[in-house]
Design a protein around this ligand. Structure first.
Ligand SMILES: *Cc1c(COP(=O)(O)O)cnc(C)c1O
Length: 386
């Protein structure tokens, strides 16, 4: 057994990140400024996004997007239940209703037919999730959104480096990325709103900082232009330059990170082939690039004779950390007790529930060593044979 605990994720922080953040600390300007502008620019180049607005988190981005689109009471927003809870929470907090749709059992991606079937006269937006680094079927979902006359906002928290049919996620449409420490690059906490809709991006930029009309960092005045005026009430969701400087170095190391993720992923796939109780996800059939954000497996609980939670606990006893991405939102206490606030029985969610009981994420991060993968496999085999 390993003597040292292996976390399921750990950010890769080199001396370069430490130097970049230190330089900002010494500069006299630590909140939103030149590093933010540079990070947005670098991110646009990397993803091809026409407009990029740096934010305090992806959750902040979703909040701003719903606010910018005027989503509120009487509106429905179609989204998967199998995702992080932030999207559904914000829909509820806006006074609107999340309408949960099922996902494909093997890819965990929303099924376009399920989205089409959930459209009503109240539908105000569709929020699909690019899951674990794989893209949703964007062409199909965009067609559905266009026909329904509603916006499509892509949750791209797992999708930096993902592409779908030759187009990078972020290059077209409206996307929200996350830089939480477990994501493919990190700023500590942070997010990026991207869009090819200039007006929407400008509105997000305004709402990000109190609704002020001017947001540009002005080198001469060391800050915001003094004539800035409130054009509409806004929020306080800007990213600090400490975080942006960290993000810029992470972005410059992104290719190196992805290469390592890819190697570790395929090493796992080869070694997992010998463990019948652990089923990896299937990649979607359309042409795409996968950012390999998470190494998700599903535990065959019948064959293994133990629950997923017990399996995770036994791995932990053997010093192997795992994650859970995600427990279905409609099965969380608040949503369970208020069916009207979420799933209303219009669509069954059998494949979401099946996966919610069985998924777990094995350690996958760029600084992992090959021997770490072997330790995970060995521990899993031990637990399953005991
Ligand atoms: C991480 C994550 C978010 C939230 O990102 P934050 O930056 O932590 O707000 C949203 N959706 C999904 C699918 C995520 O994994």
């Amino acid at each position: 057994m390993r003597s040292e605990f292996l976390p399921f994720c750990k950010p890769s922080i080199s001396d370069r990140e430490i130097e970049a953040v230190t330089a900002v600390l010494r500069s006299g300007w630590i909140t939103t400024g030149a590093e933010n502008a540079g990070f947005e620019q670098d991110f646009s180049v990397r993803t091809g996004a026409p407009h990029a607005v740096a934010l305090a988190s992806a959750t902040a981005g979703m909040h701003l997007a719903l606010a910018a689109l005027g989503i509120g009471p009487g509106d429905e927003v179609i989204t998967p239940s199998l995702t992080w809870v932030s999207t559904a929470n914000l829909i509820v907090l806006a006074g609107a209703k999340p309408v949960f749709v099922d996902v494909d059992r093997e890819t965990l991606l929303v099924r376009p037919e399920a989205v089409a079937a959930a459209i009503t006269g109240q539908t105000a937006a569709i929020v699909p999730v690019h899951y674990a680094g794989a893209p949703v079927d964007l062409d199909a979902l965009r067609n559905i959104a266009r026909q329904a006359g509603v916006p499509l906002i892509e949750d791209a928290a797992h999708a930096l480096g993902t592409s779908c049919r030759g187009r990078r996620i972020g290059e077209t449409g409206t996307t929200i990325f996350s830089f939480h420490p477990i994501k493919n690059i990190t700023t500590g906490e942070g997010g990026m709103f991207c869009s090819d809709d200039e007006e929407l991006a400008l509105k997000i930029r305004r709402l990000r900082f109190h609704g002020l009309g001017v947001d540009a960092f002005d080198r001469q005045t060391q800050g915001r232009a003094p004539q800035a005026e409130v054009l509409e009430p806004g929020f306080k969701y800007n990213l600090t330059d400490l975080a942006a400087a960290l993000g810029r170095v992470q972005l410059s190391r992104f290719d190196e990170f992805q290469q390592r993720r890819e190697e570790i992923y395929w090493d796992y796939r080869e070694k997992l082939a010998g463990i019948e109780e652990l089923l990896p996800l299937r990649d979607p059939e359309y042409d795409h690039e996968n950012a390999r954000h998470l190494m998700i497996v599903r535990l065959d609980i019948d064959r293994a004779g133990l629950t997923r939670d017990d399996f995770m606990a036994r791995l932990k006893e053997r010093n192997i950390g795992t994650g859970l991405h995600f427990r279905a939102t409609h099965l969380q206490k608040y949503y369970r007790e208020r069916p009207g606030a979420g799933h209303d029985g219009r669509n069954g969610l059998p494949d979401t529930e099946w996966n919610s009981d069985r998924i777990l994420s094995l350690p996958l991060f760029p600084d992992m060593r090959d021997e770490d993968v072997d330790d995970v496999i060995e521990a899993a085999k031990e637990v399953l044979s005991s």
